[in-house]
Design a protein around this ligand. Structure first.
Ligand code: SAH
Length: 376
């Protein structure tokens, strides 16, 4: 097979069609998992989708200030844990590695931080792992990788994930004649070349447990999203933080309260596209329900903080002061660029309000820096 013969999009499409012919229907989660993480042809497996020239752009790619401020936040957490002589800095879904690189540079400001830190990146995509290796080749400390969170080294930790939870596969369910039915992906009955959504089996009682309680009795026609990945992440975090102290921070887009509605979106080359069109060639994500996430964290036994908007958080951490410092060493064009970057990150019309964060910690530690405790 020559390189020209390897067509990832065709491969994923045929694989999904084969599965649908034998299985009849797939959950939205199974569809998402194939489209994003098929080892040879999935969206994350085949390329580096991040950055201005690619499919989408994230906060750390917009400005170094984002990672720098989170680096200072992590250093503050480390100090609040008593500045242990070794601690784990774990990033979930590190993308290009840019954020970690900026975090470590900022970490220099905290005496002893870089001597104590041991970095592990949790990354599912082999292609992105290579990009991370390049970005961090000259990092002030060596970096390590783990395939999943449970395989990260034990010890006091700070865990960070930016735009990580949004790509965990979600399920969807539709209220139909007073029952919850799984929303599924099937082949179009007349055109087997196309994928369409349909109604699948009724949800079991344990599945209904994944729906936010406030939404469980929604009206007919309502669509809800089930996020088993969030629940699993909170349980794994709680298990870890029962053994070893730690703080965790998740930044993502989503709602502060549970809402019905379809938030599954596909982005290709910065454009919203149909999630069922050409799977594997677009990023598929869904909004995080921060209220639900925080409740799951509390239920799992964690202390929970937030939700807070990205704009408020970055302002609290001192983005204006950081921009002023950086502005001193650049020309006018550079200063204007810094202003634009700051505006994109914090202004409510841009990322400042839609993007939110939630933090967690093990019991018995001082509150997470800069974020008020969550109240039910
Ligand atoms: N944090 C980066 C990248 C966000 S894109 C940024 O803000 O720029 C999502 C990242 O999560 C990618 O690196 C993707 O490969 C990774 N990812 C998604 N699901 C994952 C999983 N289950 N385990 C590990 N990494 C995952």
């Amino acid at each position: 097979m020559s390189d020209d013969d390897f067509r990832p999009a065709q491969m994923i499409k045929e694989r999904l069609q084969d599965r649908l012919r034998s299985e009849g229907a797939l959950s939205v989660a199974a569809y998402m998992a194939e489209a994003l993480f098929h080892p040879m042809a999935g969206f994350y497996a085949t390329k580096d989708p991040l950055g201005a020239a690619n499919d989408f752009i994230t906060a750390p790619e917009i400005s170094q200030m984002f990672g720098e401020l989170l680096g200072l936040w992590a250093a503050e957490c480390w100090m609040q844990m008593g500045a242990p002589s070794r601690f784990e800095l774990i990033e979930l879904g590190p993308g290009t590695g840019r954020m970690m690189s900026d975090m470590l540079r900022a970490g220099r400001a905290a005496p002893g931080f870089l001597d104590a830190v041991h970095v592990t990146l949790v990354e599912a995509s082999p292609a992105l792992k290579m990009v991370q290796g390049q970005t961090l080749a000259n990092a002030p400390v060596p970096v390590h990788w783990a395939k999943d969170f449970e395989k990260t080294p034990s010890g006091p930790a700070v865990v960070i994930g930016n735009e990580f939870l949004d790509c965990l596969p979600i399920r969807q369910a539709v209220r139909h004649q007073g029952q919850w039915r799984e929303r599924v992906v099937t082949l179009h009955p007349e055109d087997q070349d196309r994928f369409v959504f349909g109604l699948g089996p009724m949800l079991s009682d344990s599945d209904i447990g994944y729906i936010a309680p406030a939404l469980r009795k929604s009206e007919d026609g309502a669509l809800v999203e089930l996020r088993p990945g969030d629940q699993q992440q909170m349980e794994q975090l709680a298990n870890r933080f029962k053994r070893d102290p730690g703080y965790a921070l998740f930044v993502d887009y989503g709602s502060a309260k549970p809402e019905t509605g379809d938030t599954l979106q596909a982005i290709r080359a910065h454009q919203k596209v149909d999630p069922l069109d050409a799977p594997g060639t677009a990023d598929l994500t869904a909004w995080v329900d921060f209220d639900r996430l925080l409740r799951l964290g509390l239920d799992a036994g964690l202390a929970a903080f937030g939700p807070m908007t990205q704009g408020e958080f970055l302002t609290e951490l001192g983005i204006e002061q950081r921009a002023a410092v950086l502005s001193k060493s650049v020309d006018e064009a550079g200063q204007a660029r810094l202003k634009r970057q700051m505006h994109r990150l914090v202004s409510p019309e841009d990322m400042g309000e839609l993007f939110k964060l939630a933090a967690f910690s093990s019991d018995g530690l001082p509150p997470a820096p800069g974020i008020a405790p969550f109240s039910r």
